[in-house]
Design a protein around this ligand. Structure first.
Ligand SMILES: Cc1cc2nc3c(=O)[nH]c(=O)nc-3n(C[C@H](O)[C@H](O)[C@H](O)COP(=O)(O)OP(=O)(O)OC[C@H]3O[C@@H](n4cnc5c(N)ncnc54)[C@H](O)[C@@H]3O)c2cc1C
Length: 387
């Protein structure tokens, strides 16, 4: 079936928003740690809010490839915007995976219509980067569910219209691994937001902690069946999160390389008329960076395709893609800064922002070390989470 928006049309629209809205605001978004609302609303207005929502619910019905490609387009302009939009797409994909008719009407249709922003709230202070091990509890109540716990680093925190959360069964007698995912509306009584977390980079994502105290939710808040959180984490959350983040940081790396290229091409010395682009050492260095990005991009696109088509190597490919992007982005941006010389090292320049932003790629779970571990385990046929 031909999608309502081809991938080319999706990318054209994302390019427009990136160029006209996200890029001009990127410096302020970073300096003032401002949530990139204008860019996110522009993406919704461009009908991209429902990028991963199935077409039967009014969305565009795209998958991992589109999320990775849009992430790169946005990441080139403003990595915070790419992160915020990416987390919206991950949340939307989780809701869509097993949506009931009620959930489709309450969440997917407004998301597709550009009226609803969602996001993912998995991380917790206790389990840190082991985001698949929530301690937030889920108990049954006469009117549905009661949730108690705390989530940290919630991107789009306090701004989104809903939050996709993970929980563990409150009943101490529940079988181990009895985790569940729910969608929580922003106006649910019992949500208390902490102050914004301020990173050295990725400063415009409104990343905040939230306490959920006796949050009563109706039965239809449960996504899938009780105890299905692990399915969601590994079948939906991880693949979408990995490609969204990989795309975003790859975009930051490409933007740095583009800037280095421009400097090498334009810089001509007055003392002898020589050009930096004609210098063999710099040609060699630039060539290495170009190849590094291209190889990483091919891995990401192939991994996303594997994920979309259920390929046999999807798991190690997706894990490796995000790990490779994290290493590629920090390396390329660091080296590009050197190629741009004193201008690149100047405070408040885009290169400085990209370098700070890129460091988050390693920290955001699944972290690079964990992804390398999972890749090895997957290829060796071992259990991903160990024995
Ligand atoms: C900008 C930003 C945005 C974020 N947005 C979201 C969001 O929207 N939703 C969300 O749920 N979370 C989000 N997070 C949280 C993120 O995904 C991580 O969970 C969190 O940053 C890491 O938790 P921690 O600081 O407790 O690290 P720790 O758990 O203390 O880990 C510290 C280091 O130890 C390493 N480590 C830990 N265990 C092992 C192991 N077994 N083997 C090898 N290495 C190990 C980790 O890889 C890491 O490098 C965000 C984080 C950042 C920085």
């Amino acid at each position: 079936m031909v999608p309502r928006f081809t991938l080319e049309k999706v990318l054209d629209r994302a390019e427009e928003v990136a160029r006209d809205v996200a890029a001009p605001a990127a410096a302020e978004t970073d300096r003032d740690a401002r949530w990139p609302e204008a860019a996110l609303r522009a993406l919704q207005d461009a009908e991209l809010g429902g990028l991963v929502v199935p077409e039967e619910h009014g969305g565009l019905g795209h998958g991992l490839v589109a999320v990775a490609r849009v992430g790169e387009v946005l990441g080139k302009a403003c990595t915070s915007t790419a992160l915020c939009f990416g987390m919206h797409c991950v949340g939307a994909a989780v809701i869509a995976a097993k949506a009931t008719a009620e959930q489709a009407a309450a969440y997917l249709e407004p998301i597709a219509a550009g009226r609803h922003l969602t996001t993912l709230a998995l991380s917790e202070p206790g389990s840190g980067s082991h985001f698949w091990l929530p301690e937030t509890t889920l108990a049954r109540s006469p009117d549905g569910w009661v949730v108690d716990g705390r989530k940290t680093f919630v991107t789009n925190g306090g701004r989104a219209d809903s939050y996709v959360i993970s929980t563990v069964a409150a009943d101490p007698g529940a079988p181990p691994g009895e985790f569940s995912c729910l969608v929580v509306p922003a106006d649910a009584p019992g949500l208390a937001w902490g102050p914004e977390w301020r990173g050295i980079g990725m400063r415009g994502n409104s990343s905040r902690s939230v306490t959920l105290q006796e949050v009563h939710l109706p039965p239809e808040s449960l996504l899938g069946a009780e105890g299905e959180q692990m399915w969601f984490v590994f079948q939906v959350v991880a693949p979408y999160f990995l490609v969204a983040m990989a795309g975003a940081y790859l975009g930051a790396a490409q933007a740095a390389l583009d800037e280095a290229r421009l400097h090498l091409v334009e810089r001509t010395y007055t003392h002898d008329g020589s050009r930096l682009a004609a210098n063999p050492v710099l040609q060699h260095r630039f060539g290495e960076l170009w190849a590094r990005i291209e190889a990483t991009r091919q891995l990401l696109h192939w991994a996303a395709e594997q994920g979309d088509t259920g390929g046999a190597t999807a798991v190690p490919a997706l894990c490796s893609a995000k790990a490779d992007v994290a290493e590629c982005a920090t390396h390329v941006i660091n080296e590009a800064m050197t190629l741009v010389g004193g201008i690149g090292y100047r405070e408040g320049e885009a290169m400085e922002r990209r370098l700070r932003d890129a460091r988050a790629a390693h920290v955001m779970a699944p972290t690079t070390d964990i992804l390398r571990l999972w890749t090895g385990r997957a290829v060796l046929g071992e259990h991903l989470l160990g024995d």
